[in-house]
Design a protein around this ligand. Structure first.
Ligand SMILES: Nc1ncnc2c1ncn2[C@@H]1O[C@H](COP(=O)(O)OP(=O)(O)OP(=O)(O)O)[C@@H](O)[C@H]1O
Length: 292
């Protein structure tokens, strides 16, 4: 049995003293694509930020831990954590336009992490950037290196960011809704590309999405989150074919299918949402009681 690359254990995160994650546990295994799915406000991005050390100043972690390859990330000395994040953990962000610097050429943005974090020469970094652009199926890579972000389409920019994420050969990639800003056809291509590169580079991916259709397409295992609580977790196919929790069932009913685009979608019923929020409030009350 291999060791998880990422272990989140009974993690509580508060922001401005309000609970946002209520005891989340999950494991990402080597070579696995792990989906983190839930509606807006479920706490998906907060988990990604806790891993990347990007929680806001008003956040606190009163309980639990986030271990990368056996080392507690939030407890790590700042410099060591930065080194680790620069080489071993990468982010594919949601919005490719804001993630790229508008006033710097693609080539400069792609080669900088390679020269500064991996100590590569400029020539080698350029070679690597070219080879990665080829891997993400960008034609005429030489000329793309000379262009500015606004000169590329949304799908091209996302391909560049995927190439950048894989450039330092990280062991873990956090993909935060990487296809939300793209239209459906491009979305499919980008999902296949992420899966393809993940397999080729033998990386693990924590894939944040609100869309179970996306999970079905790329993930091996999935964690379903609501109000910062894990409601269901397991093998992706099992969870999608036979969801156990009523919320997962409702989420599936609200999910457009790639293969059935004309289906009518049912929203998550209000009574169920109310019940889940009451459970979250009860969790908060129990915790306050325990802290007394
Ligand atoms: N900087 C912040 N200040 C205050 N509250 C925050 C902050 N960041 C997140 N939150 C709150 O934490 C909760 C979880 O937010 P988070 O962004 O993790 O959810 P999410 O599941 O990723 O949602 P989305 O899909 O909309 O990005 C929300 O209630 C949100 O309002």
């Amino acid at each position: 049995m291999s060791t998880p690359i990422l272990t989140v254990d009974d993690l509580i995160v508060t922001i401005s003293s309000q609970p946002v994650l209520r005891g989340v546990s999950l494991k990402v295994m080597p070579g696995e694509v792990h989906g983190l799915v839930g509606e807006s406000g479920a706490g998906k991005s907060t988990i990604g930020k806790a891993v990347l050390g990007l929680l806001p100043r008003t956040a606190a972690i009163p309980h639990g831990f986030v271990m990368f390859d056996g080392v507690d990330l939030p407890g790590m000395a700042e410099q060591r954590r930065r080194q680790l994040l620069a080489k071993e953990i990468a982010l594919i962000p949601q919005d490719p336009m804001t993630a790229l610097n508008p006033v710097k050429r693609i080539g400069v943005q792609m080669t900088w992490p390679l020269t500064s974090h991996l100590g590569m020469s400029r020539k080698d970094a350029r070679e690597r950037a070219l080879s990665l652009l080829n891997e993400v199926a960008i034609r005429d890579a030489e000329s793309v290196l000379e262009r500015y972000p606004h000169e590329l389409s949304g799908g091209m920019r996302q391909r560049v960011l995927i190439a950048m994420a894989f450039s330092t050969t990280p062991r873990l990639i956090i993909a935060d809704e990487p296809t939300t800003a793209l239209d459906v056809t491009v979305q499919r291509q980008i999902l296949s590309l992420i899966r393809d590169l993940q397999t080729r580079h033998d990386a693990s991916v924590l894939f944040v999405t609100h869309d179970l259709g996306v999970v079905a397409k790329v993930c091996d295992r999935v964690t379903v989150l609501h109000a910062g609580r894990v409601l269901e977790q397991g093998d992706c196919r099992q969870v999608i074919e036979a969801p156990q929790h009523p919320y997962t069932q409702a989420l599936l009913g609200a999910t457009p299918r790639f293969d059935r685009p004309g289906d009518t979608l049912a929203p998550v019923p209000a009574e169920l949402a109310d019940r889940l929020w009451s459970e979250a409030a009860a969790w908060d009350a129990d915790r306050r009681e325990a802290a007394r």
